[in-house]
Design a protein around this ligand. Structure first.
Ligand SMILES: NC(=O)c1ccc[n+]([C@@H]2O[C@H](COP(=O)([O-])OP(=O)(O)OC[C@H]3O[C@@H](n4cnc5c(N)ncnc54)[C@H](OP(=O)(O)O)[C@@H]3O)[C@@H](O)[C@H]2O)c1
Length: 347
């Protein structure tokens, strides 16, 4: 009976302590009793690291400090906190880590240094869970093989469409289903900007509004120029279609070239603009693109507005399998990491 299981305490390390990992800490706390009573999982946070913070490890746990909600804790004043470690392997060792949650910034062009960090964790027999898409594009095969060799898990559910189960759906629930292609709206920032432009704003005004509500980043070029979408396309192709795809093989065009008037005219004509991400296989070849496309109102993509996302998979078994997500928050992303944690440590 699940409720009677004796919980095992897992030591957790957080690499990156921004929006995602901070939300994860709150979610872990919210679900603490459920994790313990229903899943037999207990946890404590024994490591936190960022460039500015350094590498902090305490096998006694940093939970009280992290859960206090202080945005600028005086780490240096804490007892039981080891001096900063510049070396991930030493840091994980010092923290007696069981699980690494990697949520550092995306490097769309190399996936580094996150790849090195994840490789070191797996090599140290620590489960590696990431919200960062870069490592999937540049090192999915290698990290997956290493995880298997070390008897650990490399999991990444939060990388595409936040915590929506895409990778686990194909891996766990749809064995032997082959994905032939997909298309969708995978970048919420550009979708929100296009929606604002349809409602009367200029590109610049709509971008500013998306930044004010915290959806667009201060430097929004990865989103606006289609890099984020391209990285997601490459990640989906590599993992669910099991075909290697480099970013420079993806036709990529962002939304900078669209004026407010063009976007509004397209909507009035019944063929609104969407930044469409797509990939299709033909034999061993892949055609993939991220670019603004005018879609007819009869296409469900036309009705996905704001920061919502959608993806349609074409598979050999299900001709059109759709997953949509309405206006997700950070909790959705953090949830993907929590679900990966449960998968990683459950036998
Ligand atoms: N926010 C979302 O809704 C969302 C959704 C899905 C996926 N993601 C992905 O999740 C990851 C984290 O996103 P976020 O919104 O939490 O970002 P964020 O708020 O900017 O936080 C990033 C964190 O990573 C640290 N960091 C960056 N580079 C580092 C390095 N080389 N070594 C150590 N620490 C480093 C930063 O601290 P320092 O600057 O002090 O190093 C900061 O604590 C990104 O890859 C993002 O693409 C985010």
């Amino acid at each position: 009976m699940p409720g009677k299981r004796h919980p095992r305490v897992h030591n957790l390390c957080l690499l990156g302590f921004g929006n995602v990992n901070r939300t994860l800490v709150r979610l872990l706390q919210d679900r603490e009793l459920e994790l313990r009573d229903k899943h037999g999982i207990a946890w404590r946070i024994t490591g936190v690291a960022t460039r500015r913070l350094g590498w902090i490890a305490s096998r006694d746990g940093l939970d009280a400090l992290l859960l206090a909600g202080n945005s600028a804790p005086r780490w240096d004043l804490l007892p039981h906190v080891s001096p900063p470690y510049g070396n991930v392997r030493d840091w994980l060792h010092q923290a007696h880590a069981d699980v690494l949650f990697e949520a550092t910034s995306l490097n769309a062009h190399t996936g580094q240094p996150a790849i090195d960090h994840l490789r070191t964790a797996l090599d140290s027999e620590v489960h590696a869970i990431t919200a960062n898409k870069g490592p999937l594009v540049y090192a999915y095969e290698e990290l997956t093989r290493l995880a298997a060799a070390k008897g650990r898990r490399f999991l990444f559910e939060s990388t595409v469409m936040d915590g929506v189960p895409i990778f686990s759906l194909f891996r766990d629930s749809l064995p032997t289903v082959h994905v032939r292609g997909f298309r969708g709206i995978l970048n919420s920032t550009t979708n929100l900007i296009l929606t604002g432009m349809e409602e009367g704003l200029s590109f610049e005004e709509s971008l500013k509004k998306a930044q004010d509500v915290g959806v667009a980043e201060t430097d929004p070029s990865d989103d606006i120029d289609g890099w984020d979408g391209a990285v997601k396309v490459a990640a989906l192709v590599c993992v669910v279609m099991r075909m290697p795809l480099k970013l420079d093989q993806i036709q990529r065009e962002g939304i900078r070239g669209l004026s407010g008037e063009t976007v509004r005219a397209a909507r009035r004509a019944g063929t609104p603009y969407k930044l469409v991400c797509r990939a299709a296989s033909s034999g061993n070849a892949i055609q993939a693109s991220v670019r603004p496309e005018q879609v007819p109102l009869s296409d469900p993509l036309a009705h996905v507005t704001g920061s919502s996302s959608v993806v349609y998979f074409e598979t050999d078994t299900f001709p059109g399998l759709a997953i949509t997500e309405d206006n997700p928050g950070l909790e959705a992303t953090a949830y993907g990491m929590l679900a990966d944690f449960i998968r990683a440590v459950s036998k």
